[in-house]
Structure formats: C-alpha cells, structure tokens
Design a protein around this ligand. Sequence first.
Ligand code: ZN
Length: 275
Amino acid sequence: MPELPEMEAWRRQLDEPVAAFPIAKAGPAHIATLKTFDPPPAALEGRRLRGAERRGKRLLFPTIDGELVVLVHLMTAGRLRYVPAGEKSPKTPAFALEFQGGAKLVLTENAKKKRAGVWILTPEGAAAELAHLGPEADELDAPRLGEIVRNESRRLHALLRDQRLIAGIGRAWANEILHAAKLSPYALSSDLDDGEVARLAAAIRSELERGLALREAGASDEKTYRVHRRLGEPCHACGTPLAQIDFEEHTIFYCPTCQTGGRVLKDRRMSRLLR
Ligand SMILES: [Zn+2]
C-alpha cells in the first residue's frame, strides 16, 4: 500500500496538472469505488481544481471555488494516473475525471475486490471524513510523539500503523523506521524512555524524508526499502541476515542484532497453537 512518502510524491506530481483546466466530465465511476452519491459527480463539471493536497495516505482535490472536495484513498491496489491529452487511458477505470482539453485523472484498481475509494464531498464533509486521523507523521516532534506513546501501551509496529494516532505510516515504513530507530517492533510503547522516544521521532522524520526523495526520483520498492521484504538479506547496518515474524495479519521485517538484542522473535500465534 502506498504510504506517506509515496502519496506525497504523487501529490507533488499531480498538483499543477490537475489545476490546469476545468473539469469537463466526472466519471465513469465503479459502483464500489465511488463512496458518495450526493453531491453527484456531475456537480464537479465546469469547476476547476485548486491542486492536490494530502492528509495521511489520502489525496484531496479541492475545487478552486471552495465548494467541493474530491477525496481519494488508494488502499492496496489503487493507482492514480494523470494521462495527458491525446494519450491512451485505461479502458475500465475505477474512477476518472476528464479535463477540458482532453487530459484525464484516472484511478485504476487491478484487484478482484475493489477497496480503493473516491468521495465527492463538501469541505465540511471532507473535514468529518478526516477527523479521526492523528497528526501527520512527518510533522511529529519528540514531545508530541512522547505523549502518543505514553497514552497507549501498544507494540511499536502496531502503534506506528494506527492512523488514529499517527497519520501516514503503514507496514513498509514501520519496518524501515523501527530499524533506523534500533527499536524492537514488539517493544511496548509505554516502556520507551526519553532517549528512545527521541530516537523514534528522528527515525520517523529521516526515513520518511529518505522515502520521499527516492520516490520523487522514481525509485522502485527494491531501491527504496532496506528492511521491508528483505528476509535473509544482510542488514545494511551490521550484516546480520534480516528476519521476519508474522503479527496481526502483517509480516514484520527486522534485524535481530540492531533491534532485538540478538533475539529472534517467535510467531506468537504459532507458539499459542503449539502450546
Ligand atoms: Zn543490523
């Protein structure tokens, strides 16, 4: 799933082109993708977008007249593309906006189950839709992060991914961040001392910045991730083979030497079954 660095790179790329021309046609929209029916897509036609904004992993396209907002959540398989005028666009988009002059903003989702979503909202509706989100991950400082981790006693990997607490991080960047912070994905947030909180805050910033710079340069997953999905490869910091552990439907990747004091984490579901 695209996370903050990926979505921010997208936002920067889309910001100017989507504002260049008014919308000529909104739709087609897949029935599972368009989550709202009032205002209808046609309400966008003739209006111009102000640009692209981002909140957590969602993109927002407000109209310049301040009356409507198109909100997009790509989930795992959604992809958003700007197709310049005259270029071939996908035949069966999940959602499309066509601009005057012929360029298109096209959402596709190559998956059986459609999970990506488009909402057409008033600014108040958009604010309500986003109200549950925590602060932006790339704007967190150590004192604010300290409040968040002490309020909840959660495994760090799960806490970082909880959008209500911190917006923008998913499982891939949680792996990268915890490795950079040299913290165990299983450590309890309430056990962190001030030094560890400061290290985690610094790692969130530096890893998301690293990710954004790479994604803006068009880097692939292989070039971007140093820990995520690299089971058995040598840790870039110490050379130990990276390990993985299943936790809450996710696979966590980590370095036993850098993060868990040499301990290999046990699959808790598995050990419970075997007990
Ligand atoms: Zn290591």
